[in-house]
Ligand binder design. Structure first.
Ligand code: NDP
Length: 341
């Protein structure tokens, strides 16, 4: 595959944002971080408007000196740029019903994740620009790294170039929120969505399953709950391994392990051909993610995710997970550590 283009501050002209009204829909994790970074980059406070229902998020925005609009139609009418920074599952309803009908025909719409654009769940007008500026960091880090004068990894793309100047807007907005300082990677909603959903639906389920089965096998072999929980995750060893993988290299970090460990890990992994896993991964990628099957099924349960108790499908999954021996054992270990047993 080719190399992705990386955009830096010098590729972006903040001038294209002069006199533009920039509306942030949502002042949560990303909204509060990005709006503050943007203001620190020299965009006037009067150009920025936070659209939020009357509640604590709106109060926080006001306490930080931002102008806040509770009426979404009014916010939509004035927006030259609209950052959609509310949870992904509520975006289609809120955007399509309350923003889309009132937005200017040449507005720039910014998403921080590809999902709703990739699956065509948001209604745009043909003259509008639709861009993705997707930080690869939680909101608090987007803010704290910017405050320290550092950047953060970010994906950027133009998905609809209604004005013909979508890239200029995307880069200026990326720079304004601090995303081009370290380099913003050219990507697409397809790439971002596929990688996210693949990690969530293929990679991590298998990792969870492998931990579950490893736990069961070792427990049957006589290992104690305490020893297993600490050996497998509570010591934070896996976190350290991944930190070293990020710093030193995915395989090179093995050099920090004992010789027995290095030999065991390398010989063991190279012996596993992985063909069956590759087919399983492809099945999830093509038949569950790219086919739209997951998106369709998720849309059907979305409303139930706000419910309390067992009728919420997520609560039901948590309840079933509690049947895992690993989870039961961990509960016992934590209770004993807290002196409750
Ligand atoms: P949050 O959960 O922090 O969003 C909270 C904001 O959304 C609040 O302002 C809240 O206001 C508003 N909101 C919630 N429900 C509604 C609703 N039904 N109608 C109107 N406003 C609503 O979102 P994130 O910042 O986590 O995510 C925003 C976007 O950023 C998503 O696309 C996400 O994928 C992306 N992203 C998130 C990352 C993260 O760090 N979490 C990392 C990278 C990208 P109120 O409830 O007061 O109405």
């Amino acid at each position: 595959m080719g190399q992705a283009k990386i955009y830096y501050d010098s590729d972006a002209d903040l001038g294209v944002l002069s006199n533009k009204k920039i509306v942030f829909l949502g002042f949560g994790n990303q909204g509060s971080a990005q709006a503050q970074n943007l203001r620190d980059s020299g965009i006037s406070n009067d150009q920025i408007l936070i659209a939020n229902r009357v509640d604590s998020y709106a109060e926080t925005a006001k306490s930080k000196g931002f102008h806040v609009e509770h009426d979404f139609s009014t916010a939509a009418e004035v927006a030259d740029v609209l950052f959609i920074l509310i949870p992904d599952q509520v975006q289609p309803r809120v955007f399509n019903e309350q923003f889309s009908p009132k937005l200017k025909s040449d507005a720039t719409i910014v998403v921080a994740s590809g999902y709703n654009v990739f699956f065509n769940l948001l209604k745009f007008q043909p003259g509008q620009d639709v861009v993705m500026v997707a930080p690869r960091m939680i909101g608090s880090s987007v803010r704290s790294l910017h405050e320290k004068g550092r950047g953060f990894p970010c994906f950027v793309s133009v998905e609809q170039n209604g004005t013909g100047k979508g890239l200029d807007a995307a880069l200026a907005l990326s720079r304004a929120i601090g995303a081009t300082k370290q380099g913003a990677i050219a990507s697409s909603v397809r790439e971002e969505t596929v990688m996210d959903l693949f990690a969530e639906q293929a990679l991590w389920p298998n990792i969870i399953m492998m931990f579950r089965e490893a736990f069961n096998v070792l427990k049957d072999a006589g290992c104690s709950d305490e020893a297993l929980c600490y050996e497998m995750w509570m010591s934070k060893e896996p976190a350290e391994i991944f930190e070293r993988a990020a710093d030193d290299g995915f395989v090179a970090q093995l050099k920090h392990h004992s010789t027995v460990s290095q030999y065991g890990q390398l010989s063991g992994s190279l012996k596993l051909e992985g063909g069956a896993m590759r087919e399983h991964f492809k099945d999830i990628l093509y038949n569950q993610i790219l086919s739209g099957k997951f998106c369709e099924a998720f849309s059907q349960i979305e409303d139930d995710l706000d419910k309390e108790g067992d009728t919420n499908p997520l609560n039901e999954l948590y309840k079933r997970s509690e049947e895992m021996e690993l989870v039961k054992a961990e509960k016992r270990v934590r209770a004993r550590l807290a002196g409750l047993l």
